[in-house]
Design a protein around this ligand. Structure first.
Ligand code: FAD
Length: 383
């Protein structure tokens, strides 16, 4: 565990608090987040030191995301998109020029990244995507709309997935220049601490060298990125449960009703005990998933280990996101009327945590994935 990274994450989170307050009160993303993350050198925590990053191992990175998750799933979403999804993909599949043009600047905080798989008509099943990439000399011409994308309107460059020849998916890194029409999606229920948007590419020309990996390899690249993304959601959710628990312990001891602190009422204790059990279970599942992922990273040709790690990550994401939603619901209940407000942290967690059961694989899709991984592909409930 790299204690310097953990300390910097903690410093960042503490300094972030007034900015968080603004986001919830104004109900929109605040652009001070990135400069603050840059100040604490957190924009490439898991990227090797040779490339300018902090070189954090899987455990340090997960622990950092747990701490960031204590500040809410919105802030953690920023890191999921920029680091877990986009930077990890570039690190694994990017070429030397992509390292120079995108990965290193993103680590320095000069370029914010995003990862765009989802479209209006292709969510749970990205294979239905309509975005296309047609090779034309030294360029690909991209057309399509990407929807519900974290960091979409603040990103300088985005990893975009589109169908090339033979209906196969390919991945590209593209600059967000003026030709790209972008729109912020502001009518969200929660996560005002992060930017969510959509964009449209019409006859966008991108150099051939911006293809990530090989043509047609995009779906495998995306699935691997989603392992990283799901792990980061699970870690953030553990942080959220931890913060909700800390808040309710403090509040339940202070708040007096019927002549005694509400912490002495047995039904309040039932909520607290359940939250604690779910925190323990979530932490254990996260740790197991991180350990398996770390083992597979050291033995990447081991397909069986990859399958086991992939399943453990899906299990952790499924469990931790539901546990976090439940914990924030119980925390709101313990806070009573005050909980139903953005002025209190538990109310913020409650609205933010709901989306954790939707993105990076919905509850339903993850259950199907876990079941088919046990039953065998021939029993897969989706094609
Ligand atoms: C705030 C936010 C940020 C996001 N950030 C990103 C991002 O950065 N990049 C990105 O690419 N995407 C992002 N997404 C998109 C997200 O990944 C999708 O919303 C998610 O995959 C679900 O797709 P959908 O919303 O189209 O729902 P749909 O796929 O339409 O699903 C609707 C419902 O049907 C269920 N369903 C679908 N198929 C099946 C099936 N076979 N069996 C059983 N049930 C099924 C689903 O589980 C769900 O309950 C983000 C979404 C949100 C809300």
């Amino acid at each position: 565990m790299d204690k310097h990274v953990i300390e910097d994450v903690d410093g960042f989170c503490k300094e972030l608090r007034p900015i968080e307050d603004l986001c919830y009160l104004e109900r929109r993303y605040n652009d001070q987040l990135v400069p603050l993350a840059r100040k604490y050198r957190l924009l490439g925590m898991h990227i090797p030191k040779e490339l300018g990053g902090r070189g954090a191992d899987e455990y340090t990175y997960a622990r950092s995301l747990v701490r960031i998750g204590m500040e809410g799933s919105g802030i953690r979403s920023f890191f999921s998109a920029h680091s877990s999804l986009a930077q990890s993909t570039l690190l694994r599949y990017g070429n030397d020029k992509q390292y120079e043009d995108y990965l290193k600047p993103s680590v320095r905080g000069e370029k914010v990244l995003a990862f765009a798989l989802t479209e209006p008509d292709a969510g749970s099943n990205p294979l239905d995507m309509r975005a296309t990439a047609r090779l034309d000399g030294d360029c690909y011409i991209l057309n399509g709309t990407k929807y519900l994308i974290t960091n979409a309107t603040i990103a300088d460059a985005i990893i975009v997935f589109a169908k090339t020849d033979n209906n196969r998916i390919s991945a590209f890194i593209i600059d967000m220049d003026k030709s790209v029409e972008r729109e912020e999606l502001t009518a969200k229920m929660g996560t005002p601490t992060t930017d969510t948007g959509m964009f449209e590419l019409s006859d966008y020309r991108v150099a051939r060298e911006n293809l990530i990996g090989k043509e047609g390899e995009g779906w495998d690249i995306a699935k691997e990125a989603l392992m990283n993304g799901r792990l980061s959601v699970a870690a953030g959710c553990v942080g959220s449960i931890r913060d909700c628990l800390a808040e309710v312990i403090r509040y339940a001891k202070e708040r007096v009703q019927y002549g005694k602190p509400i912490a002495k009422h047995q039904l309040i204790q039932e909520h607290i005990a359940t939250m604690r059990v779910n925190l323990s279970a979530s932490t254990t599942m996260l740790t197991r998933a991180v350990a398996l992922k770390e083992r597979w990273e050291r033995d990447r040709d081991n397909k069986n280990l990859k399958k086991i790690a992939d399943r453990a990550i899906a299990e952790a994401k499924l469990f931790c996101s539901s546990a976090a939603y439940d914990a924030s619901d119980r925390a709101v209940q313990i806070f009573g009327g005050r909980g139903w407000s953005y002025l209190y942290r538990v109310g913020r967690h409650f609205v933010d945590n709901r989306v954790c059961r939707i993105y990076e694989g919905t509850d339903e899709i993850l259950k199907l994935k876990i079941a088919s991984s046990i039953l065998g592909k021939e029993f897969r409930a989706y094609s």
